[in-house]
Ligand binder design. Structure first.
Ligand SMILES: Nc1ncnc2c1ncn2[C@@H]1O[C@H](COP(=O)(O)OP(=O)(O)OP(=O)(O)O)[C@@H](O)[C@H]1O
Length: 249
């Protein structure tokens, strides 16, 4: 299987000099679903951002989606990376006064011809159809005409997943996608996320503090602790006890 993300000897310190992590070597392959875990401040978000070129790393090499760079990608590399990546964050980031359909079509922004994605009325018919297809996949086709601020937290997060999917990404990056949801809704969102990534052959990398979300929706878990990778293992080989060691000294 092809490597989607590969790092060697990756380190990151912020301007204050405190190293967040060092010596990070990971290989994430095509179609894998990877949970990135670690305590608060372990460096999960920092690592995610470095991997996709949104933050400069301090030393080491990164190859993401075939773009190899040290510290930061070039503007052209960043452009190519953005076109192939879908993002979902803890706060869904929908435009509250716009319809669900418009929000999903806006997932096309940044792709060629995307000025037409500002509103569903100017979008290509094909994009409106694609938006309805991805809304069906997250079971929200009946909410297409609703305003985004009329949705529950779980529904909003499902729309955010649809908005990421319409980009037809090779890589989906999700920073704590279920952190603000109640347990049942969080499981529902993670299941949809994990199933759709698998069905579409998209590599999924998500961060979580929830041991069940790490164990139930991934193929592999990478744990950060004490400034480096504590373990990197197939999920099938891990127990809750292994995960507990990540969160306790
Ligand atoms: N912009 C910044 N400038 C300086 N230090 C930062 C900055 N962003 C994060 N840090 C520090 O880097 C470390 C890692 O932060 P990061 O947010 O990556 O951790 P995390 O594992 O994602 O945490 P959480 O689970 O709380 O979201 C923390 O000590 C944090 O205070």
């Amino acid at each position: 299987m092809q490597d989607i993300i590969r790092t060697r000897d990756l380190a990151k310190s912020y301007a204050n000099g405190h190293p967040v992590f060092s010596g990070v070597a990971i290989d994430i392959r095509s179609d894998e679903r990877v949970a990135l875990i670690g305590s608060n401040g372990a460096g999960k978000s920092t690592l995610l951002k470095c991997l996709i070129g949104l933050l400069p790393s301090s030393t080491g090499e990164i190859a993401t989606l075939g773009e190899t760079f040290t510290a930061t990608p070039t503007a052209a590399q960043l452009n190519r990376l953005r076109r192939q990546i879908g993002f979902v964050f803890q706060n869904h980031g929908l435009v509250s006064r716009q319809s669900v359909l418009t929000n999903v079509i806006q997932g096309k922004l940044g792709l060629p011809g995307s000025w037409r994605a500002w509103h569903h009325s100017t979008a290509r018919r094909q994009w409106r159809e694609e938006a309805m297809d991805v809304l069906s996949e997250v079971r929200l086709a009946d909410k297409a005409a609703s305003r985004a601020d009329q949705l529950s937290g779980g529904q909003a997060q499902r729309v955010a997943i649809a908005r990421a999917l319409i980009r037809k990404p090779k890589l989906l990056i999700a920073d704590e996608p279920a952190a603000s949801l109640d347990p049942a809704t969080g499981r529902d969102v993670m299941q949809i996320f994990s199933d759709l990534a698998h069905e579409h052959g998209i590599t999924l990398v998500y961060t979580t503090h929830d041991m069940d979300h790490a164990l139930n929706y991934s193929d592999r878990v990478i744990a950060l602790k004490s400034g480096g990778v504590f373990f990197d293992q197939p999920t099938s080989t891990l127990t809750r006890d292994d995960l507990r060691h990540v969160f306790h000294s």
